[in-house]
Design a protein around this ligand. Sequence first.
Ligand SMILES: Cc1cc2nc3c(=O)[nH]c(=O)nc-3n(C[C@H](O)[C@H](O)[C@H](O)COP(=O)(O)OP(=O)(O)OC[C@H]3O[C@@H](n4cnc5c(N)ncnc54)[C@H](O)[C@@H]3O)c2cc1C
Length: 383
Amino acid sequence: MSFSVDIVGAGPAGLTAAEILAQGGAAVRVIDHMPSPARKFLMAGRGGLNLTHSDPLDRFLDRYGEARGFLEPAIRAFPPEALIAWCNGLGIETFIGSSGRVFPKTMKASPLLRAWLRRLDGLGVKLALKTEWMGESQADAMILAMGGASWPRLGSDAGWATLLRRRGIEVKEFIPANCGVTIGWSDFLKERFAGEPLKRIAVTSGGRTVRGEAVVTRRGLEGGAVYALGPQLRETSELTLDLRPDLTVAQLEARLERPKGKASQSNFLRKAAGLSPVAIALLREAGAPVTAVGIKSVKLATTGADSLARAISSAGGVALTEVDRSFELKAWPGVYAVGEMLDWEAPTGGYLLQACFSTAVAAAKACLGRFSAAPDRPQSLPR
Ligand SMILES: Cc1cc2nc3c(=O)[nH]c(=O)nc-3n(C[C@H](O)[C@H](O)[C@H](O)COP(=O)(O)OP(=O)(O)OC[C@H]3O[C@@H](n4cnc5c(N)ncnc54)[C@H](O)[C@@H]3O)c2cc1C
């Protein structure tokens, strides 16, 4: 039989669902209120589109924390290898970076998006841009893929939350995830060191330590190691930096015992301890003693998290208890919610996009199943 599906949101989750449903024979329309599709996906490609990660699957799944159990079936059914194969199938080769992250060789999202939109056009998918979803649809089924609440100017403004709450669907409050922390730096640090990276450090908060990089900004600190501690940093304002995590206290002490000669303290610390100028400035800013222990435990106090407008992603969204295993809303049969609009979170590293693709694949397949199987099931959307 022929059936129609409205997909709301032309981001990666919505376009994935569109592809599968159109291939399955549905008449698909993708609605988006922005003038062009996938603006956040294109923005993600600015700094190198990190599509997914090459972690062993078990470790990969652990990155979703409390949401692991909820996302696991969808990710196992459409795992990173499947996403990479899909990308390659669009003529975009990928590579694994030194950190294990997977990128398209072109780095940008635009060549991938262009090839994808061509494929969707060939499948007869209709794009209705500058079209705001008002909470209804005349189609036989709907896939909601309206994203989270970060970077609202790219289209994902979470305005839909009111429409779903009105139907009695629980939508958890949005909070910034994968965002920097604010710290009351001195003017000296802001003026001299904003933009400087702290490489190969370890950051500890709430009893959890993450190795990686951070960047000093005028507002505080950002970068992968800080983002990964998002859930901990929401609970505590304490942040400790180990500026030389690859050296033990004893190894660092031995280096600091070398004769200083006529070198200034900064030069000595740079040469003996291998500290960069920004690391030395942080040590002083925090009032940490210039000892091995001091260098390995620089204590900073955060004053908060960066705003949603600057966060890479958001936590919050449609409560996971509101959807079934195929992401169909329990309170609204025939309507599925996928991608970042669901209440899960993950660190940067490709885990965000992977879950968006995998949840969309699962929902689109379930939606197809709805129209091909069980003739006694209600097939059109209850209005
Ligand atoms: C700067 C930046 C860099 C990033 N880098 C990476 C990365 O390298 N790797 C990674 O995994 N993730 C990255 N992300 C996160 C990733 O881009 C998102 O998780 C992903 O785009 C979410 O996909 P989605 O399809 O669920 O929603 P979105 O991409 O947010 O798409 C939702 C769409 O719905 C539309 N919409 C919303 N409300 C309505 C409405 N009421 N009516 C009609 N249309 C509506 C929006 O206009 C939007 O087009 C990055 C994000 C940012 C901001």
